[in-house]
Design a protein around this ligand. Sequence first.
Ligand SMILES: [Zn+2]
Length: 147
Amino acid sequence: MSDTCLVCDEISGAVPVPGEHLETTDLVTVFQCPVLAPATDIYAGYLFVVPRRHVAGFSGLTDTEAAAVGLAIAHWSKALELAGAERVYVVRTGHAVDHLHVHLIPRWPETPKEVSWLHVDDWDGARRLDSADAAEFVSALRATRSF
Ligand SMILES: [Zn+2]
């Protein structure tokens, strides 16, 4: 594992992600948000869309990379909705890792109305998966991709 960038390590495979990459092209990679430990605490469908090139934010993307990232956000939001998400939140923070990673966070229909978008993945009844179930979920999500 590189000690310089977690996202680069997730792209290269040095850091495994549940169910492997959903999509990988020359420009963009999409994968289920990994949770290294505990492996029983993976929020179902929480995806990262990342440019393959190490770049800190949107302003550093080429036009071609920006288009690829935007298309991946749209495509995988659609896949999550086809899987039953009632809404997909798209968030970019970049606070902890200096490699652009866009968060796609599904809101599943059983989520109570009083749970805000910020806590949709950490309320008591949030859909939690272990590593095996997360890999199965990713495989099913990949199968919905018809775009
Ligand atoms: Zn990086």
